[in-house]
Design a protein around this ligand. Structure first.
Ligand code: BDR
Ligand code: CA
Length: 328
């Protein structure tokens, strides 16, 4: 099987870490590199966190490159309230000394696009690195295979304002730039679908109870980084569990049947009270060519069965049979 080359642009980030873990165990892809942007935490901290995940997964050979420290125009606002001071739920994972973060994420993205015939990008943070790369060398994006972006919302309410999702709200100018200038459809995995992906206490408990030692180790790691996220969701959203957005973008790339949606023209609001809102012209009022494939439906049992079977190297059907009772 020919592997698809992928760059993961991220801001780790608790749910980014789960997304990275899923990507790292997936045989269909070759991760050319992980590029980091300021979002949940500043990009320098995010880079260190990416290394922590790579070390845990035994794949420190994958390059990590630091990108933009601030959004294109807007003042930078982190999401440390959601992800903890360190971005990994204040889990106390030690710093990595065996590898370091490289500078130059934007050039890394451009070089990879120019070197390889087909490259896909899974962007699970604000779109600053991509906007900078696209502004610098738009032609390099001719080699882009697919861009999946976790961000935005269609009918769902926002998570930063009544109408805006964090990644687009953090850097609305970059998001708008990429939507208007990429020249191909962006696969928008927004809150309409990611809100359905709740890591519940039941699922977490199951992850720790699977018999093999490696499973228990991964379950304990996930528990350590998500505890803070659980507390946040209980305090602010009255939810016991946590919404994990980013792994859904990776799962969609690997297994598109898990989600469905429609093509539409999307614009991102860059000012005023609805700053960061992704305005989806579902009814075609503006008569513009669709620049997005907006995902609106998701099979959550399918997602969790896929995610756990990948993470644990177990047969998906066996996991599904257990989860279907645990997820009621
Ligand atoms: C997005 O914002 C971040 O907090 C998460 O990592 C995710 O990428 C959800 O709105
Ligand atoms: Ca993220």
């Amino acid at each position: 099987m020919e592997k698809r080359t992928v760059i993961i642009d991220c801001d780790p980030g608790i749910d980014d870490s789960l997304a990275l873990m899923l990507a790292l165990v997936s045989p269909e892809i070759r991760i050319a590199g992980i590029t980091v942007v300021s979002g949940n935490v500043p990009a320098d901290q995010g880079g260190k966190n990416a290394l922590k995940i790579l070390k845990f997964m035994g794949q420190l050979d994958i390059p990590v490159c630091q990108g933009a420290m601030v959004p294109l125009k807007r003042e930078y606002i982190s999401a440390k309230d959601t992800h903890g001071e360190d971005g990994l739920g204040e889990s106390g994972i030690p710093e990595i000394t065996e590898a370091s973060v490289h500078p130059g994420a934007v050039d890394f993205i451009l070089d990879t696009l120019k070197r390889e015939e087909k490259v896909s990008i899974i962007a699970i943070g604000p779109l600053t690195n991509l906007a900078l790369a696209l502004k610098k060398e738009p032609l390099a994006f001719q080699n882009l295979d697919m861009l999946v972006s976790m961000g935005g919302c269609f009918k769902s309410y926002g998570n930063c304002s009544p109408v805006a999702e964090y990644n687009y709200w953090c850097d609305p100018d970059s998001a708008e730039y990429v939507y208007q200038n990429l020249g191909r459809k962006i696969h928008m995995v927004g809150l309409d679908v990611t809100r359905e992906i709740v890591l519940s206490p039941n699922i977490l408990e199951y992850m720790k109870r699977l018999d093999q030692k490696e499973c228990q180790k991964r379950g304990a790691f996930v528990e350590a980084i998500t505890r803070f996220y659980f507390d946040y969701h209980w305090k602010y959203e009255n939810l016991i569990g946590c919404v994990v957005n980013d792994p859904l973008a990776v799962a969609y790339f690997l297994n598109p049947q898990l989600l469905s949606g429609f093509d539409a023209y999307v614009a991102v609001e860059t000012g005023g009270i609805s700053i960061g809102q992704s305005v989806v012209d579902a009814m075609g009022f503006w008569k513009r060519q669709p620049n997005a494939h907006v995902l609106t439906q998701v099979d959550s049992l399918g997602f969790w069965s896929f995610f756990l079977s990948r993470l644990y190297g177990m047969e998906e059907e066996r996991i599904r049979q257990v989860l279907k009772d645990l997820m009621i």
